[in-house]
Design a protein around this ligand. Structure first.
Ligand code: NAP
Ligand code: ZN
Ligand code: ZN
Length: 349
């Protein structure tokens, strides 16, 4: 076994604190990655606080991992020691079910092995995430990272990037389309960048007046403050696609009402309460309500290569790991532009 250390929460009510644990020795197909940067996703907060149920403690969160290969098994063919390497939300899956065969391992029939808060395919070993110094992962679940982009800004692409890129591609976003982005946070700011790069006209829906100038700098054409009453009427029946990246409970009716015939709202956020939707909103213009879950490994690689070509990265605020609890509080207050990234070199200071 390899000694590893990072930050963990011991219970749903505790703060993250230093934690030592073991990683497996690399098998023939495994790479060992020294973690340099890890993004803080709102899903880390949901899980650490057990908002989705079934949390496993101690929990080392982190699924936006960027680093360098420092060792590898004899059968590894795609990576060499010294290569940049990324790990997202998954570290394994059954590999044989229809979804795995189609490259959509996130929908694996047996359930993918999540990077943390999950159990390896041996049925007993807990997984620990990227708020740590190193990780051991099968090369099939390791991503190549573009070497022309700053690595700390690349880390959030491993979740916020793929989660927004995937639905935009699925709905073939292109010039002439009207795309709405609901919630300007970590996911939302990537959705603006991608939708704009794909040629759409982009409108941001936000509860925060202070984010208007940022939204426009990030590429949005329009900004709609959803705190004002009656905002829905100004945009009714206009949008082809709306990606909803809001982390908290909110009313979907005005967003559905903003769709044109056959338009779609894609849910990305995972608020706590179930939704209440009047079916008339869908029926009246044959609108679709759907959702999306990260993206498969193949599409994640495609997204990273696309970012390399188009110079797309996340806007970040770098923090030392000692500030991780404060960063959680600030994320909950919406006080981050637009992703916290932990500088993992600070783990040993
Ligand atoms: P984030 O950075 O905290 O952004 C969430 C945004 O939601 C905020 O910036 C805010 O935008 C808006 N918001 C927050 N509270 C709100 C409220 N009470 N009413 C309306 N809007 C509110 O979070 P994130 O990391 O982007 O994640 C967003 C959600 O996606 C989380 O639920 C996360 O778990 C989920 N997620 C899903 C997937 C997937 O595969 N589907 C992957 C990753 C994350 P404004 O200030 O602009 O209103
Ligand atoms: Zn995430
Ligand atoms: Zn499978």
């Amino acid at each position: 076994m390899i000694e590893a250390h990072g930050y963990a929460a011991k219970t749903a009510k505790s703060r993250l604190e230093p934690f030592s644990f073991e990683r497996r020795d690399p098998g023939p197909k495994d790479v060992v990655i020294k973690i340099l940067y890890t993004g803080i996703c709102h899903s880390d907060i949901h899980q650490v606080r057990d908002e989705w149920g079934g949390a496993r403690f101690p929990m080392v969160p982190g699924h936006e991992i960027a680093g360098k290969v420092v060792a590898k098994g004899a059968g590894v063919t795609r990576f060499s020691v010294g290569d940049l390497a990324g790990v997202g939300c998954m570290v394994d899956s059954c590999r044989v079910c229809p979804s795995c065969q189609e490259g959509e391992e996130q929908f694996c029939d047996s359930g993918p092995v999540w990077t943390y808060n999950s159990i390896e395919r041996d049925g007993k070993t807990p997984t620990y995430g990227g708020y740590s110094n190193l990780i051991v992962v099968s090369e099939d679940f390791v991503l190549r990272l573009p070497d022309n982009l700053p690595l700390s800004h690349v880390a959030p692409l491993l979740c916020a990037g793929i989660t927004t890129y995937s639905p935009l591609r699925r709905f073939r976003v292109r010039e002439g389309m009207e795309v709405g982005v609901v919630g300007l946070g970590g996911l939302g700011h990537m959705a603006i960048k991608f939708a704009r790069a794909m040629g759409a006209r982009v409108t941001v829906f936000s509860t925060s007046p202070s984010k208007e100038s940022d939204a426009r700098k990030l590429g949005a054409h329009d900004f709609i403050l959803t705190k004002k009453d009656g905002w829905g009427t100004s945009v009714a029946n206009r949008f082809d696609l709306m990606v909803d990246a809001v982390s908290a409970d909110h009313d979907l009716a005005p967003y559905l009402g903003a769709l044109r015939k056959d338009g779609s709202v894609v849910l990305l956020g995972v608020p706590e309460k179930p939704l209440a939707i009047h079916s008339f909103l869908l029926i009246s213009r044959r609108r679709n309500l759907t959702a999306s879950l990260i993206g498969g490994i193949r599409e994640t690689q495609e997204m990273l290569d696309y970012c390399g070509q188009k110079d797309i990265v996340s806007d970040i605020e770098m923090i030392p790991i000692q500030k991780v609890n404060e960063a959680y509080e600030r994320t909950l207050r919406g006080d981050v532009k637009y992703r916290f990234v932990i500088d993992m070199a600070t783990l040993d200071t």
